[in-house]
Design a protein around this ligand. Structure first.
Ligand code: F6R
Length: 257
């Protein structure tokens, strides 16, 4: 795992955007994986800025989002299809038909999830995948205690995740959907380059478990230790419980490749 600890939020966004742009420019028809939630928003703003500066176009990029709530009204502003459109894809030149989201309103959720997974696999997986992490260690909506080789599937959200996300639903827990459809850990692991961005003390335990804990379904993000090309970009607060923090700082500062 490459772990980058950077306290300046705009520098973190820039570092993540550098990776996205580099990976996208290296392919003719690249595939970009997108996360919703708060953590990637500065990265999307930075990518929009670079698009406006004509440094990057998304016209030839296919996007796949990580997850969606089950049963959410497609018009709801917190439907992840709408969130990603408003935060990013609708602000740049993506072709709308190239932006894919799992269908949380499908009659047959299992069949819809299988189709979504096959669509990602048919393109060889994402070239770069933006990821956030939940305070309970989830990535996408793979909650603790699931399968660490799962493919896209329906999932029940934990109470902790629903409490964390209540801020998007007028702080009313009862309005937060109880279930989701999510790319599986196995699906995410097919990405050529996962880039996880996170900050704040609220995520410190999850970050420690992800980077230094055992690889276990108890912290789904810990499976990223098994990926040979993952980048973790976090602030000092999120890094505060890391035992080998000084080494990670040294390793990145003296990177020679
Ligand atoms: C959202 C997603 C989730 C979030 C995670 C962190 O598509 O996949 O795993 O990344 O819940 O959310 P924030 O960034 O809002 O703290």
């Amino acid at each position: 795992m490459e772990i980058i600890i950077e306290n300046d939020a705009s520098k973190r966004a820039s570092l993540a955007a550098d990776i996205v742009v580099r990976e996208l420019l290296s392919k003719e028809n690249p595939v970009l994986g997108l996360a919703t939630g708060s953590s990637p928003l500065p990265v999307y703003d930075e990518l929009v800025r670079r698009y406006e500066n004509k440094e990057i176009s998304f016209a030839n990029v296919t996007a796949f989002t990580l997850d969606e709530y089950v049963g959410i009204d497609p018009e709801h502003p917190e439907s992840y299809r709408n969130v990603i459109h408003n935060a990013f894809t609708g602000r740049v030149d993506f072709k709308p038909e190239n932006v894919n989201c799992p269908d949380g309103n499908a009659k047959d959720l299992l069949a819809a999830c299988a189709r979504y997974d096959q669509a990602i696999a048919a393109l060889g997986g994402t070239d770069v995948q933006i990821i956030g992490i939940g305070s309970d260690g989830h990535i996408a909506f793979n909650e603790p205690g699931g399968s660490i080789i799962s493919r896209t599937h329906p999932e029940a959200l934990t109470l902790e995740t629903r409490q964390d996300n209540a801020r998007f639903f007028d702080n009313k827990l009862e309005l937060v959907p109880t279930h989701c459809v999510t790319q599986g850990i196995g699906t995410i692991m097919t990405s050529a380059h996962p880039v996880l961005v996170s900050s704040t003390k609220h995520k410190a335990k999850a970050i420690r478990d992800m980077c230094e804990g055992p690889v276990s379904a108890t912290c789904p993000a810990s499976i990223l230790q098994m990926h040979p090309n993952v980048t973790i970009i976090i602030d000092e607060d999120a890094a505060s419980l890391l035992e080998r923090k000084d080494y990670y700082i040294h390793r990145y500062a003296t990177k020679i490749w």
